[in-house]
Design a binder for this molecule. Structure first.
Ligand SMILES: Nc1ncnc2c1ncn2[C@@H]1O[C@H](COP(=O)(O)OP(=O)(O)OP(=O)(O)O)[C@@H](O)[C@H]1O
Ligand SMILES: [Mg+2]
Length: 277
């Protein structure tokens, strides 16, 4: 695909594991590095859209699922922070009717290619595109998985953390018709004090042989506060420990995807990661 160079889907059928927060966080970091970045909200809850000031648009991704010939350029909006456009970051928002329309779109013969066909019509080029998927397997996520160069699975370090991941991998294999695709587990809401739980989940992840990111995203109340004010976390808590962790994760993703160009200059310190860029 020439209009979008790399595509990453953030997915996990488990709800509330920080898919949206981590997806937007990493996307904001890519934009911060100067990459033209697009985030596509594929969740009818529209949490990501809200976080970039776009929870109330007339046209959304639902229009594409309703009518696959819909002009996608009408739903690419600059992402906002406090009403101001964020450099290099654009969003395709979602709305509450998406779930129903996605189900209705099952009738289309080319249903798995609705997003792919839409993106091909983009007038603007993007270096990287992120999909924020809903906590379920439906047509929207199947579209996203089919297109993605990498599937990122945020895992909160809580009970039943790994439940559903196997199923997600099976669906991905089936949709892509190959076992060979890039995936990355990211440990989210990481609280170093919960040593026993962390050890148990890390052992489980290692036994499964799944690729796990070196960077973690620690727990912070600021994520909830950022959501409350409809602001991206990286703007709300700029240069915080978690912002730097998201920068480290962005570096890791860009490396894995072999994207040439800028990276954050990060140094690991005793109490976390610091950014020297
Ligand atoms: N690292 C973190 N530390 C503390 N709170 C977090 C962190 N990441 C996300 N949260 C908070 O946890 C809640 C769920 O996060 P988020 O919406 O990103 O999860 P999700 O997986 O996208 O949820 P859903 O399955 O509903 O789409 C939100 O209130 C968010 O602000
Ligand atoms: Mg979400």
């Amino acid at each position: 695909m020439n209009k979008v160079k790399k595509i990453v889907a953030f997915a996990n059928s488990k709800g509330g594991v920080s898919k949206t927060s981590t997806c937007l966080g990493v996307a904001s970091c890519c934009a911060e590095l100067g990459y033209k970045t697009l985030v596509v909200d594929l969740d009818h809850q529209a949490n990501l859209s809200d976080d970039v000031g776009r929870g109330d648009e007339d046209y959304t991704i639902t229009d594409l699922f309703e009518n696959p010939k819909f002009d996608i350029n009408k739903i690419v909006y600059p992402a906002l922070d406090n009403g101001n456009a964020i450099s290099n970051l654009w969003v395709v928002p979602a709305d509450i009717t998406l779930a129903v329309e996605a189900r209705a779109a099952e009738r289309f013969r080319h249903r798995l290619h609705i997003i792919e066909d839409g993106l091909k019509k983009l007038k603007q080029d993007f270096d990287i595109c992120f999909f924020d998927c809903r906590p379920a397997i439906d047509l929207t996520i199947e579209n996203a998985l089919l297109l993605s160069d990498m599937v990122v699975i945020p895992v909160n370090m809580d009970k039943r953390a790994t439940k559903g991941i196997n199923d997600l991998f099976e669906v991905t294999k089936e949709i892509k018709r190959t076992d060979d695709f890039m995936s990355l587990i990211v440990k989210t809401m990481f609280d170093r004090r919960n040593k026993v739980m962390i050890r148990a989940i890390e052992e489980e992840l290692s036994n499964k042989g799944w690729k796990v990111a070196n960077s973690v995203v620690s727990v912070s109340e600021s994520f909830k506060q950022a959501t409350k004010y409809n602001r991206p976390f990286t703007s709300f808590a700029n240069d915080s420990r978690q912002h730097n962790e998201l920068r480290a994760l962005a570096n890791e993703l860009l490396d894995s995807l072999q994207v040439e160009g800028r990276r954050f200059n990060l140094v690991v310190e005793e109490d976390g990661v610091a950014c020297g860029a």
